[in-house]
Design a protein around this ligand. Sequence first.
Ligand code: HEM
Length: 75
Amino acid sequence: MTLQGGLGPSLKAEALRDKPVDSLVATIHGGRPGTPMPPWHRFLSEDEARWIVEQLLAGFPESTSATQRDAAPGQ
Ligand code: HEM
């Protein structure tokens, strides 16, 4: 998984930086009708979709510090 886009657009931080966070969250949660982007609301809460957007904006997967911090709380 390269996140550089193929069927979908690039999800790399530099490509998403200028887009409103709320609209990225809405895209993941509700999908984009009329495009192949499916809605994920059956599997993710809106807060979980927001967490994904935050990870992508923080540079996931190149920069995994936020994820590592979550995986090892207190360290
Ligand atoms: C973990 C799963 C996924 C996440 C987190 C995700 C996330 C996103 C985000 C944030 C956008 C908006 C990008 C932007 O506005 O620049 C987007 C758009 C898009 N995604 Fe996904 N996506 C996922 C899975 C998929 C899948 C499975 C497909 C199709 C097989 C897909 C197809 C698309 C397409 C075609 C767009 C562009 C829609 C448009 O033309 O406006 N995505 N996705």
